[in-house]
Design a protein around this ligand. Structure first.
Ligand code: GLN
Length: 509
């Protein structure tokens, strides 16, 4: 793979506008942002009080707070147990501060479809609040406003990374199976991961160190064999980087397919500046092709609803789910209990996805939709395996495609990480979101779903706009763009290392 210098314009030495504004100045009171569903009173206000507080997205079970998934179907439900991630946090002396708002069952990109009402970003344009991103928008607002030190979210197709990008915080989605999902209410079980949000990378990786690890209660937890391979791969990575040159130069993949017309100029220039900065300290940029990227979004929006329609079938008012309190108030009160419970308990977007999923799994549509989408997913995974230097530890035996024989499981010409924007544009206003069709709003996830389909570790890092770039924006607008780093399956450390270079670069430039 050739090394290319991306000299689209000379590297900027301009100072970025504050990229990680720890406390946002906003005229809107915190309560109006509606970031939380349940909160321990009184809410912490000083930084010492927030020292070890972690906010938890309300689709993760806690025994001392209700867990509603922002849905009427679970209104008032309190779990008899803590999710494994919550238990681990408590055992390590972290305090659970609050349960945060989300799109119902995690289905959405703007935290606007919650039974608890929408969450607002503290940022605004022409006085209209911006989208906080979703579905972990409540968790991201919590950390941005400094109410909680860090937060857990879930990321099925981008729900930790998109809010991080839209609010200028750090959002990390670990490799699938590295963090336990026991006690996490399923949306799309082959895609769901628990992710971490924070203002600083060090905080996020600290929490990751606490919540990661094998869990016998979670059937998707990585097996011992895969974990051993990941350890071996880590050693391979270290050796290779030592061999390459003094500073352990990085090979950074720049996917051509992510250069789409919808990319806004500010996102493009900030992304290019980040690449140039990494290049200026000796790392090399490599154009790569991930041709199946085009299929990723449609594959995701077939598979996630299909899994959701099956995962949500248990909310029937008998096994799970709150029955309507006043069945007679329903105009359809002659319907069976299931229909009443589900009709009244689920919101519009959840119903849309259940219907869509039920259709794509039906015998008449299965071959054209579900099976095609699975094939698309496989192609997306193969694209990644083809470009990464590290072998995929999930493949048996682990190999890189197509060089398996000659390299003994690693290809020297591959890339260490892939860097892309997290989202194609700055956050839209919530008025713009309301005008979007469901399909238009699915577009926000175009850069985040490929890593989800392949289960890869990925992080969104905030990169401040230059003064020049920020000139056209109001002071109340978000001053940063999310830049995403993706790594080979299991290479969570590699992704965090590169993220730290991006974070440091903010202060050095
Ligand atoms: N926006 C995507 C969806 O609605 C991703 C959501 C998520 O990651 N939970 O499916």
């Amino acid at each position: 793979m050739p090394s290319a210098r991306f000299c689209l314009r000379p590297a900027s030495r301009r100072l970025p506008r504050s990229n990680t504004r720890h406390h946002v100045t906003t005229s809107r009171p915190y309560e109006e942002l509606n970031a939380c569903i349940t909160q321990h009173a009184p809410s912490p206000s000083s930084s010492t009080q927030t020292a070890k507080t972690v906010a938890i997205k309300d689709n993760i079970a806690t025994k001392d707070f209700p867990t509603t998934v922002a849905s009427n179907i679970l209104a008032g439900f309190t779990s008899p147990f803590d999710a494994t991630v919550v238990r681990l946090l408590r055992e390590n002396d972290y305090t659970i501060s609050t349960k945060t708002n989300l799109d119902e069952f995690g289905m959405g990109s703007h935290t606007q479809s919650s039974s608890h009402g929408p969450t607002l970003s503290p940022y605004s344009r022409n006085g209209i609040p911006l989208s906080p991103g979703g579905s972990s928008g409540g968790s991201a607002v919590e950390v941005l406003t400094g109410r909680s030190w860090t937060a857990l979210g879930t990321d099925t197709g981008g729900s930790v990374r998109l809010p991080a990008a839209y609010l200028g915080v750090v959002g990390f989605k670990p490799s699938f199976g590295v963090v336990s999902r026991w006690g996490v209410l399923a949306y799309g079980h082959s895609l769901d991961t628990v992710g971490i949000l924070g203002r600083r990378l060090g905080d996020v990786s600290g929490v990751f160190g606490v919540v990661r690890g094998w869990d016998g209660r979670d059937p998707s937890s990585l097996t011992m064999r895969v974990r051993e391979r990941i350890e071996e791969a880590r050693e391979v990575r270290r050796r290779r980087r030592r061999r390459r040159k003094k500073g352990g130069v990085l090979r950074i993949g720049v996917p051509l397919e992510y250069n789409i017309v919808e990319l806004s100029p500010l996102v493009r220039s900030t992304y290019i500046r980040t690449l140039e900065r990494l290049q200026s300290v000796g790392h090399t940029l490599h154009p790569i092709s991930l041709p199946s990227t085009k299929q990723a979004l449609s594959a995701y929006y077939v598979l996630a609803p299909a899994e959701a329609s099956s995962n949500l079938a248990k909310y029937d008012g008998v096994r799970y789910g709150t029955r309507p309190t006043d069945p007679d108030s329903s105009p359809r009160d002659n319907l069976p209990l299931y229909a009443q419970t589900r009709g009244q308990g689920f919101g519009e977007e959840v119903k849309r996805r259940i219907l869509l999923g039920a259709y794509t799994l039906s015998s008449e549509a299965r071959d054209n939709y579900f099976i095609q989408a699975q094939k698309g997913r496989r192609l997306v995974q193969r694209d990644f395996d083809r470009v990464f230097a590290l072998a995929n530890p999930l493949l048996d035996p682990p190999h890189s495609v197509p060089d398996s024989d000659s390299t003994g499981g690693e290809q020297d010409e591959g890339v260490d990480v892939i860097i892309t924007p997290t989202a194609p544009t700055l956050p839209p206003t919530i008025e713009e979101v309301k005008r979007q069709s469901p399909v238009e709003s699915y577009m926000n996830d175009v850069f985040t779903v490929p890593a989800s389909l392949a289960g890869l570790p990925a992080i969104s890092m905030p990169v401040g706009l230059s003064e020049e770039e920020a000139k056209g924006l109001e002071q109340t607008d978000v001053g940063s763009v999310g830049v995403q780093v993706m790594g080979q399956f299991g290479d969570d450390e590699g992704v965090l290392d590169v993220a730290s270079m991006i974070e440091e670069g903010q202060w050095k430039s």
